[in-house]
Ligand binder design. Structure first.
Ligand code: AMP
Ligand code: MG
Length: 330
């Protein structure tokens, strides 16, 4: 018999609700995305207000589109963290209320694991080196011994923050990744920028400062966009390559909002091919934050016995994915 889990995502800019079946079908994935004012980043409290305002209609739309009646839901999953406190609380309230009123279990999900597990479902990747590149994460990850392990990460900004802060400096509104990609596609002029790989970690703060200075000094935005992409993407490709060579895995999977970037996936796929591995990427609609990540990971976790009493449920702004036991992969 098919089972159904509803998932709520609200860690940052996106409030999203999805329903998935135990067979891995995504039956709905409704969302509302908070857009900060031009030139500024996410304001956590304003984002949470936007989530609260959107919640009733997003929830209703997700349930209706799924064709599943509320009484047929087996559990409600929510993103417990990591993320922005007010945003996390907005989603948790919705999930707790629903679980309590339906009398069904509540399942806490780590948002980053959500990106990875939904990516595996949709790409068919079984044991990949994962590059998670989003607004909240820049990590190279592999599964081993009951947990997803971090084999490299950013020591400061995430790749999404680098592109967003660079774009905002030029007056674009966040998220800026797509606009930077578009500007970069108009240039092939590489301007020298700092390349910073330390061990198997990366650091983007010097790259951001140098890129802003180039723009301030009058260099064309397209040239600097091209150069920041070439530099940052080469850095993450290098650390992903080292993880791949070391583990001798045969799949590379890129997930997170920055996975939408074609230059990044081009570099990664050329690198994977050199190791007789292949690159998979979550489809665009599911590579950024969405409820389906939480619903599907909630389904896996619930199947392995994870749940939390509503009165003990919490949210946590910092929650590293390598602290999470993954019993469903053992
Ligand atoms: P997420 O946190 O997973 O929703 O990802 C959001 C991040 O993805 C933001 O920092 C965006 O700027 C970035 N992003 C979205 N589309 C692109 C793109 N085409 N190229 C680079 N970054 C992108
Ligand atoms: Mg994310």
């Amino acid at each position: 018999m098919k089972r159904y889990v509803l998932g709520v995502e609200s860690t940052a800019h996106t409030f999203s609700v999805a329903v998935v079946s135990s067979e891995g079908a995504i039956l709905s994935n409704s969302k509302s995305v908070y857009r900060p004012p031009e030139g500024s980043g996410i304001h956590p409290f304003e984002a949470s207000q936007s989530h609260q305002a959107a919640a009733p209609s997003v929830l209703a739309e997700a349930v209706k589109a799924s064709g599943v009646s509320l009484g047929d839901l087996e559990a409600v999953a929510y993103a417990m963290g990591p993320g922005l406190g007010p945003c996390l609380r907005a989603g948790a309230v919705v999930a707790r209320t629903l679980a309590t009123s339906l009398g069904i279990p509540l399942i806490p999900v780590n948002h980053a694991i959500g990106h990875i597990e939904l990516g595996c479902l949709l790409t068919g990747a079984r044991d990949p080196i994962v590059l998670l590149v989003s607004g909240g994460h820049t990590m190279v990850i592999a599964y081993s011994g009951g947990r997803w392990r971090v084999l490299g990460e950013s020591l400061d900004l995430t790749l999404g923050q680098l592109l967003d802060q660079f774009g905002r400096h030029h007056g674009l509104s966040s998220p800026c990744g797509r606009a930077v990609e578009e500007a970069a596609s108009k240039s092939t002029t590489y301007l020298k920028l700092p390349y910073s790989v330390k061990g198997n970690d990366v650091s983007f703060s010097g790259l951001l400062t140098a890129s802003k200075l180039l723009v301030d000094g009058g260099s064309p935005f397209a040239d600097v966009s091209y150069s920041i992409q070439e530099t940052a993407f080469a850095m993450v490709t290098e650390v992903t390559e080292r993880a791949l060579a070391f583990t001798e895995k045969k799949e590379v999977m890129v997930v997170g909002g920055v996975a939408a970037n074609r230059r990044l996936s081009g570099m990664l796929s050329a690198m994977a091919a050199r190791h007789s591995a292949h690159l998979t990427a979550a489809p665009l609609e599911y590579s950024g934050d969405c409820g389906a990540q939480i619903a599907w990971t909630g389904m896996l976790a619930f199947g392995a016995g994870t749940k939390v009493p509503v009165e003990d449920s919490k949210v946590t702004q910092s929650w590293r994915l390598d602290n999470v036991d993954i019993p469903w992969r053992r």
